[in-house]
Design a protein around this ligand. Structure first.
Ligand code: B12
Ligand code: SF4
Length: 562
């Protein structure tokens, strides 16, 4: 596997190194909000800045898990340059204009994905007007749009890895070790109408070991953007390096859980197993949420995964008929069941509208996906995204639909290509049905994750390895009363959707009661009715069209030199 670094196209032909080098003053910004509304800049109400509510739990009403994630790409760049740098996350247009007007920035970098290209265009226009001397650098997946340099007025458009590009541009050592920023993985978490308190250490730290994925599935935009099949960019090569980063995060953020932002973390077994050795030596009872493909998961025994602290696993299920290498020979239903029995929450991901799908077989395919009974399930339309092999193939075959706004090419709306058997309108109907069916058949994800925790606790509460025992005991102690209360409210509220599921929720609640300590056993009687009330209030708010937006965040580094 060959690592790759970022390359840029240089529309204005300026020098490849900024004249001020590390003295240049830099602004790095994400695209402006608000996001969860329909507007001319490509915001869409169905495309909020929320991971779960956007593409996983969106049909779960007040039970949908809502939270925001920072723009990690620009945080990573900021942490790895010595020039004075401001990161502006989730600004409004007014915030962005104010920041440009108040500071004379030499470089303004904007990070964007494809759906937000119209915002990038507008931000470039604003920079030219308010800060005409600034050099404009555009990075992130938006750079993969063919002909993007003609759509926006920028000086540099960076494809691929951005830290090495920015270091090179400032005349710094692009191969210097990566300094990992301290990132709290999520913020403003909300469920059942309640915003969870943000205590230090309560939310996992994000760790970014690499970008890209060598598996190279034809539709995969992250794999394609960082080099495609056989390639990826590793920031931390070894388990030792990763262990050191995690120890630093543990100390800085007071965390014991980590969201590992690596497209296929378990694929690199040697690194993962070395990390496990170090964790054992230092008696680290950490938990990890990871992305991994079925073929990578099967390189490990359940014991190894549990000892490694894997407690949340995001796995592509796609479709058993699709023939992806990562799924070959895998019985994903059996694998999901086994993982959950070991207390590992599974987030499945299924594609709607693959080539072999027809109106006659799609319902059975969705039912098959739903029968995995994962804790969370993401459904996505098969989508040729610029930069991917699938996009090139569809282009050659003349199947790309013209006049589809890039703002609508995100897999949660309608096809952007001509499917052999399914119409564009029906693609949305099937997608929406899949989300609804999963919720109706399997209940709220909050119920499902509590059930998985219970299974893990029962299996591992007396386990000989104290690290494992402590992890489950800690989670149970923190969560059993809260889950018990939430289950109390869910059981009642879900009666309207499906009585059978409501009864299953009750059974799990009772089990929690018998496995909990005295305080946690008493809590549901008090907290349950409160949660039922907040849940119903939230349902009314959502029915009135309530949406949520992330806060604007501004962070400066090396600013004394500026
Ligand atoms: C966290 C995340 C989010 C967060 C948002 C974070 C944010 N603040 O914007 C949430 C959950 C809200 C989200 C939402 C969506 N997301 Co999202 N998301 C991700 C995820 C999982 C991680 C991003 C990340 O931090 N990666 C790690 C960092 C280090 O990598 P990076 O961002 O690519 O940055 C590197 C380079 O791109 C470059 N770079 C980035 N910015 C800049 C700027 C400059 C100036 C330079 C020089 C370089 C540079 O340098 C960085 C370091 O190498 C990625 C998947 C992935 N593995 O990347 C998807 C991903 C980015 N999301 C994607 C999509 C499609 C969406 C949604 C449309 C949801 C959907 N329907 O699928 C929405 C859009 C929301 C909106 N209204 O904008 C796609 C983008 C596809 C594309 N080609 O444009 C991705 C790639 C997932 C996928 N495989 O399909 N997302
Ligand atoms: S295994 Fe997952 S991350 Fe890797 S290329 Fe395939 S879809 Fe992308």
């Amino acid at each position: 596997m060959e690592p790759v670094t970022g390359t840029s196209s240089n529309p204005s032909n300026c020098s490849d190194k900024h004249p001020k080098g590390t003295q240049a003053r830099i602004l790095l910004s994400s695209v402006f909000g608000p996001y969860a509304q329909d507007d001319e800049f490509g915001s869409r109400s169905i495309n909020p800045m929320e991971l779960y509510h956007n593409q996983v739990t969106r049909a779960q009403g007040s039970f949908s898990l809502r939270m925001f994630h920072r723009s990690w790409g620009i945080m990573l760049i900021q942490a790895n340059i010595s020039a004075p740098c401001t990161v502006l996350d989730f600004p409004t247009q007014e915030d962005f204009a104010r920041e440009l007007a108040r500071n004379e920035y030499d470089i303004v970098g904007i990070s964007s994905i494809i759906v937000n290209v119209a915002k990038v265009r507008e931000m470039c226009r604003m920079i030219r007007e308010l800060s005409p001397k600034s050099t404009i650098v555009i990075g992130g997946h938006v750079a993969a749009i063919p002909g993007v340099e003609k759509m926006i007025d920028a000086d540099h458009i960076v494809r691929g890895e951005g830290v090495s590009w920015m270091r090179r541009y400032l005349g710094e050592d692009e191969n210097a070790p990566i300094r990992h920023p301290a990132i709290v993985s999520g913020m403003r978490t909300r469920i059942m109408g309640v915003r969870l308190p943000e205590r230090e250490g309560a939310t996992a730290a994000t760790i970014i070991p690499s970008v890209g994925c060598p598996m190279g599935c034809n539709f995969c935009t992250t794999s394609a953007f960082f080099g495609g099949k056989g390639k990826f960019v590793n920031f931390f090569e070894t388990g030792d390096e990763l262990f050191d980063v995690m120890c630093r995060m543990e100390a800085e953020l007071k965390v014991r859980s980590f969201f590992v932002m690596d497209e296929n973390f378990l694929l690199h077994r040697e690194r993962a197993m070395r990390l496990l050795d170090r964790m054992k030596e230092a008696h680290k009872s950490w938990t990890m949420s990871v992305f991994a493909s079925a073929n990578a998961i099967r390189k490990y025994t359940m014991q190894e995964l549990v000892e490694l602290g894997v407690s949340w696993l995001w796995m592509g299920l796609e479709s058993p008929q699709a023939g992806y290498t990562k799924l070959q020979g895998a019985d994903t239903r059996q694998l999901t069941r086994e993982l959950r029995e070991h207390g590992i929450r599974v987030q499945g991901s299924t594609i709607i509208g693959l080539e072999h799908h027809t109106p006659d077989n799609i319902i059975a395919e969705i039912e098959h996906a739903v029968s995995h009974d994962t804790d969370f399930h993401q459904f996505m339309l098969y989508t040729p995204v610029p930069g991917t092999p699938l996009y090139e193939q569809m282009k050659e075959e003349g199947r790309l639909l013209r006049d589809v706004d890039y703002a609508d090419v995100h897999g949660q709306f309608k096809f952007n290509f001509k499917h052999a058997a399914i119409s564009r309108e029906d693609s949305k109907r099937f997608l929406d049905w899949a989300f609804w069916r999963d919720f109706q058949a399997n209940g709220p994800s909050l119920y499902r994750i509590s059930r998985t925790l219970l299974a893990g606790w029962k299996r591992y509460k007396d386990w000989p390895d104290a690290r494992v025992r402590e992890r489950f005991a800690g989670e149970m102690q923190r969560l059993s009363g809260i889950y018990g209360s939430a289950l109390w409210a869910m059981e009642r509220q879900f009666q309207k959707v499906d009585r059978g599921v409501s009864e299953q929720i009750r059974a799990v609640r009772r089990e929690f009661q018998s496995e909990s300590g005295i305080v946690s056993r008493m809590l549901p009687a008090v907290l349950g009715p409160v949660l039922l009330w907040t849940t119903r209030r939230e349902e009314r708010r959502l029915a009135r069209g309530k949406t949520y937006e992330p806060p604007t965040i501004l962070e400066r580094t090396n600013w004394a030199n500026a």
